[in-house]
Design a protein around this ligand. Structure first.
Ligand code: KIV
Ligand code: ZN
Length: 512
């Protein structure tokens, strides 16, 4: 029997620290349910002390999840840990994850603390947390650049205080695989009580080695937990990608000494959901979940795959949840069939009113598009409108005119908290004209950081899914919109972003 590797997902905490990836409470619940369906062992739901919004989101996830352990990140102080306990205690199984930096650079420049003070805070934090919760994870931030003797001293002390998992972060993505694997092995060898804790790693991808470093830590160092995120979302260049780690372990089971409990068929649905909610599009050549991951373009490859799939495929697309685009519903499908399909897709809306709104959207789409795929249904819910939160800005009507040699014009009718406004504008293209018309009403003062369009399914009748990223006063938000008309999708995405900027309960990225 192989050892079990614990998969700790931090999409909703470290992933949320990506610019614009902040998630609402409802969005976190949807992602958490999908992670639970995927049988992730530990779900880090957020950073409860970062804001009231994150506290409520972590609490809601803790109350909604029954199969996975729910964790919350806390700095090494009583206030943070107290907030963490209050947010998590409703969970069936929960974990406090506390951290403090241990590298000389972080201690001196960032924390302005001496090593002895850091050691004391680490011990006190774990001791306090352990009084309330039996499952405590401790992370020495910037561990891979920390001085070895001091790090060992801290780790030994926190295990004495009751830490049950020791997580070694490569906070700045500085490690290289062989060295990092040996580093974990050295730590486990030098910390006298190392056998009293599970050893974990948390790697950032600044040099593109997060997955390799994590796997080396398992093989060479004996780590038995990997922290990772769906689509590799995370600070800066991101975190270890969950799908890559899980599929490497499964596909190369002949080499790796561990196995996970992940239901791999839930990987692609999870990837899509996270991408739709955060607005972070998955690059087509991304391993496992990219649109081209199982596509064969060259004639020689196509010929080989037709004769035997193993010639060019080391994994089966269906094993990671890629289903051929299936027509699931059409114009004549009724409410029950729609609700059933949502259930099969793992979409659980919070109220009958939300189902009614979603069904109305489905009917509107079916009027425009005869064949509705699973991806279309997921996109119907992607802009977060089918939730209890009220939208400040709503699109009532829009039209635009463009032609060769003519300057495009757009007119919009918007409602702002129930009051209607209309505006017209010209622009460099129909989308530009539409955004200008919206801005002439909204006057948001926001800057456009990103605009991207993606086809949801194949064919020209596909819905376009648009991401708009706006920035105002240092706050960054992503809005998503989908429609068969990409200019309408663009307007919806722009308004979704404006609504997020307007929503005071929506959290600023909880940067640590
Ligand atoms: O990258 C990091 O060091 C972290 C820790 C808080 C685990 O995210
Ligand atoms: Zn991190």
């Amino acid at each position: 029997m192989k050892d079990r590797l614990i998969i700790f997902d931090t999409t909703m905490r470290d992933g949320e620290q990506s610019p614009g990836a902040s998630m609402t409470r409802e969005e976190k619940i949807r992602i958490a349910r999908q992670l639970e369906r995927m049988r992730v062992d530990v779900i880090e739901a957020g950073f409860p002390a970062a804001s009231n919004g994150d506290f409520e989101a972590v609490r809601a996830v803790a109350n909604a999840i029954r199969e996975s352990t729910v964790a919350g990140l806390c700095r090494a102080n009583d206030r943070d840990i107290g907030r963490g306990i209050d947010a998590l205690k409703g969970a069936r199984s929960w974990r406090i994850h506390t951290f403090i930096a241990t590298s000389a650079l972080h201690m001196e420049k960032k924390l302005r603390m001496t090593p002895d003070q850091v050691l004391e805070d680490a011990k006190n934090a774990v001791r306090y947390a352990r009084k309330h919760c039996p499952d405590i994870e401790f992370s020495p931030e910037d561990a891979s650049r920390s001085e070895l003797d001091f790090l060992c001293r801290v780790l030994e002390a926190v295990i004495v205080e009751g830490a049950t998992t020791i997580n070694i972060p490569d906070t700045v993505g500085y490690a290289v695989p062989q060295q990092f694997g040996e580093f974990i092995s050295t730590l486990r060898g030098r910390v006298p009580n190392s056998d009293k804790a599970v050893w974990s790693v948390h790697c950032h991808n600044d040099l593109g080695m997060a997955v390799a470093n994590s796997l080396a830590a398992v093989v060479i160092g004996g780590a038995r937990q990997i922290e990772c995120t769906v689509n590799g979302l995370g600070e800066r260049a991101g975190n270890t990608s969950l799908e890559e780690v899980v599929m490497a372990l499964k596909t190369r089971g002949d080499f790796f000494p561990v196995q996970t409990g992940i239901d791999t068929t839930q990987i692609v649905p999870a990837s899509r959901l996270v991408s739709q909610i955060t607005g972070f599009v998955v690059q087509p050549n991304k391993a496992v979940v990219g649109a081209n991951a199982f596509a064969h373009a060259s004639g020689i490859h196509q010929d080989g795959v037709i004769k035997s799939r193993q010639t060019y495929e080391i994994m089966r697309a269906e094993d990671v949840g890629w289903a051929a685009n299936r027509i699931v519903l059409g114009k004549l499908s009724g409410r029950t069939a729609f609700k059933q399909r949502l259930k099969e897709l793992g979409i659980d809306l919070e109220s009958e009113e939300a189902y009614n709104k979603a069904f109305q959207r489905f009917k509107d789409l079916a009027d425009k598009k005869s064949e509705i795929y699973d991806e279309d249904i997921q996109a119907l819910l992607s802009d977060g409108v089918v939730t209890s939160s009220e939208e400040h800005w709503k699109l009532i009507h829009m039209s635009q005119a463009s032609g060769m040699g003519e300057r495009p014009q757009a007119s919009v009718v918007l409602s702002e908290a129930g009051r209607e406004h209309s505006a017209q504008a010209q622009g460099d293209g129909p989308v530009d004209a539409t955004f200008k018309a919206i801005e002439s009403v909204a006057n948001s003062g926001a800057g456009l950081l990103l605009y991207s369009v993606n086809a949801i399914t194949t064919g020209t009748e596909s819905q376009g899914e648009v991401t708009v990223r706006l920035e105002r006063g240092g706050r960054i938000v992503n809005g998503l919109g989908a429609d068969t008309d990409i200019v309408v999708a663009s307007a919806k995405a722009y308004l979704a972003a404006l609504n997020k900027l307007h929503d005071k309960t929506e959290r600023i990225n909880p940067q640590i």
